[in-house]
Design a protein around this ligand. Structure first.
Ligand code: F6P
Length: 323
């Protein structure tokens, strides 16, 4: 395999640039030609593909976002779209791909291989940390730290005014950011899609808190919680907490940006190089991951579909530590 291309796809995540850099520099180290595809699968379809040199990734290890840009391509979900993408790769003799992204990215890569035989190895890049086959995904640590910084600031004002804050963090289907930032930020309660916390539970926990002389409270809500988003939950709780001043803050895309933490830069460098080396060693349709500090490869099918449950110890801890 002499010509390889790298791309980022789906939601961006801090550390993606460090992963791109590792792929590009690794490929050059092994004497390969390396291409960058801009805008993920959409750029593949449109031929937005450029040759990369070592200097193309200079001064990027510390930058958030992705220098290759990203997109969620609807066209790649169609047979016609994938055919166009294949033709663009064939024209340039590109024989293998490194995809940095999440479950949607790897689903696309798997179908693409089945149809056209172009092998892909993936590096897990998503702030959600929702992929089986790696302890952590690229961008998760930075996102948690960003959320934590915001929670700390909100706590100051919540405490000054004796208020209840519902703080919504990202995670459509996953409570990883919520649980980690909730524990780190000393939240009274964390609501995640993985376990049901009812409105009664919220009311009871907060009321117990007042009865134990708490004057303010932080409830961290993952955006995909079963009871709704933070605003919906706050509205449901309001009638049961008469006299309490309730506020809602949605942290949103701030969690996706910013310079990657040391943890994310190192993880991304390992996973980027690991994905490239896997591809060069004949791995196909697998995601590079780090489990117990060891580089491992997991088939895309498992990475996408297998559950990565939240550690129940962490959920239990919130209740004990917020007493
Ligand atoms: O998958 C990463 C993520 O940030 C999710 O946590 C969030 O639900 C989603 O992307 C938001 O996507 P978009 O930026 O396309 O609105």
């Amino acid at each position: 395999m002499d010509k390889i291309a790298v791309f980022t796809s789906g939601g961006d995540a801090p550390g993606m640039n460090a992963a791109i850099r590792a792929v590009v520099r690794g490929a050059i180290y092994y004497g390969k030609e390396i291409y960058g595809i801009r805008y993920g699968y959409q750029g593949m379809i449109e031929g937005d593909i450029l040759k990369m040199k070592s200097y193309s990734v200079s001064n990027t290890v510390q930058r958030g976002g992705t220098i290759l840009k990203s997109a969620r391509s609807m066209e790649f979900k169609t047979k016609e779209g994938r055919k166009k993408a294949y033709e663009q790769l064939k024209k340039r003799d590109i024989e293998g791909l490194v995809a940095i992204g999440g479950d949607g990215t790897f689903t696309g890569a798997k179908i693409f291989y089945e149809e056209y035989g172009i092998p892909t190895v993936g590096a897990p890049g998503t702030i959600d940390n929702d992929l089986f086959g790696t302890d952590y995904t690229i961008g998760f640590d930075t996102a948690v730290n960003t959320a934590l910084e915001a929670i700390d600031k909100i706590r100051d004002t919540a405490n000054s005014h004796d208020r209840v804050f519902f703080i919504e963090v990202m995670g459509r289907d996953s409570g990883y950011i919520a649980i980690q930032s909730g524990i780190g930020g000393g939240a009274e309660l964390v609501m995640v899609p993985e376990t049901l916390t009812t409105i009664d539970d919220v009311v009871n926990t907060l009321t117990d808190g007042w009865n134990r002389s708490k004057t303010s409270a932080i409830v961290v809500v993952a955006e995909g919680d079963e009871e709704g988003d933070a605003m919906t939950i706050a509205q449901k709780v309001k009638p049961h907490l008469q006299g309490k001043d309730i506020k809602v803050t949605t942290l949103g895309h701030i969690q996706r940006g910013g310079a990657p933490s040391a943890v994310d830069r190192i993880l991304a460098s390992r996973l980027g190089l690991g994905a490239l080396e896997g591809l060069l060693n004949g791995q196909v349709n697998v995601m590079a991951g780090v489990i117990n500090d060891k580089l491992v490869y997991t088939p895309f099918g498992d990475a996408i579909s297998k559950d990565k449950p939240l550690n129940p110890d962490l959920l239990r801890m919130v209740n004990i530590l917020s007493i």
